[in-house]
Ligand binder design. Sequence first.
Ligand code: FES
Length: 80
Amino acid sequence: MEDNKKRGGDAPIACEVEAGKKYSWCTCGHSENQPFCDGGHKAAESTPNLRFEAQETGTVYLCTCKLTKNPPYCDGSHNN
Ligand code: FES
């Protein structure tokens, strides 16, 4: 992958989110706290986290493979 990114996993992780709350999604795959950022991109000199706000309260499936075209959500690209 480009930018020293790596797969943080091979399948999405179901996460409970709250409407209006902000979350920090790992874009680089180096976080030990998938699918969220733990700051690991700094040591890895990789891509920074993506901040996003949940639109609704409920379960979302967040990408861990970092191949999604619809970050932070899984779009099935992990099967490629
Ligand atoms: S886990 Fe990355 S696209 Fe599904």
